[in-house]
Design a binder for this molecule. Structure first.
Ligand SMILES: [Zn+2]
Length: 90
């Protein structure tokens, strides 16, 4: 008997799929996998929530002229800013 492995992602795969989802590049299976993974993994649930928040911000900013690579770049920077704020342990 084979386990349905394809629905069980590790955290880095989940993060990957989550990014893809934000760019509408994820398949139904990937989307489902994220949902299932997020049920069990609070870390990725938070990541997912943050990620869609960032996407909303970018959409609001209306960076339509940017290529998806540029958007990804902007998103990375935003993420870095957020993680800076989060880890104020100095
Ligand atoms: Zn996870």
């Amino acid at each position: 008997m084979q386990k349905p492995k394809f629905f069980i992602l590790n955290c880095s795969d989940a993060a990957n799929c989550c990014d893809k989802k934000e760019y509408n590049e994820a398949s139904i299976r990937e989307k489902t996998s994220i949902i299932i993974h997020n049920l069990f993994c609070k870390k990725c649930r938070d990541y997912s929530a943050k990620n869609s928040k960032l996407t909303q911000l970018i959409k609001k900013a209306r960076i339509k002229a940017c290529t998806s690579e540029e958007k990804r770049d902007i998103k990375e920077k935003l993420k870095q800013e957020i993680s800076k704020q989060g880890s104020s342990s100095s």
